[in-house]
Design a binder for this molecule. Structure first.
Ligand SMILES: [Zn+2]
Length: 146
């Protein structure tokens, strides 16, 4: 329960502070994502201290989309020999939303991860955060373990 102690987002919510809502495009971008991950995102938006959204390539990806991201240097997985968790609907990427615009600043993304990890604990979902990866730190990325 380390994350619960760390975040205290539940307390903020009880106080009625910082309650955000997923935009229509964020919800659309979750199409094809595993229901457990969608539940985590939906709870996280209610308890987060920093607003966030889901970018257009942040949910389910075809091999083609994955390969394009790889070619653009935005992902380590090429989509064919090395598949991404996004291709099975078991990953989601987020961006923070601060002062009316998207942010990928570590201090903002770590606040979002706080809410995501707390939601995963509450819902008993095995969630890994890309910010904890050893070789390639990927702060916007969350994936569902088996
Ligand atoms: Zn990702």
């Amino acid at each position: 329960m380390l994350w619960s102690l760390w975040c205290s987002t539940g307390l903020l919510r009880v106080m009625g502070v910082n309650v955000f809502k997923l935009s229509k495009s964020s919800l659309r971008n979750l199409d094809g994502v595993h229901p457990e991950l969608i539940d985590v995102v939906k709870m996280a938006i209610q308890i987060t201290k920093v607003d966030f959204g889901i970018p257009s390539t942040g949910g389910y990806r075809t091999a083609e989309t994955q390969h394009k991201l790889f070619k653009d240097g935005k992902s380590k997985a090429d989509g064919y020999t090395n598949k991404s968790y996004h291709q099975t609907g078991n990953a989601v990427d987020v961006f923070a939303y601060v002062d009316g615009k998207a942010s990928w600043q570590p201090e903002h993304l770590s606040q979002v991860s706080c809410a995501m990890l707390e939601a995963a604990i509450r819902l008993d979902v095995n969630l890994r955060w890309g910010g904890h990866f050893k070789s390639f730190i990927d702060m916007p990325h969350f994936e569902r373990g088996k």
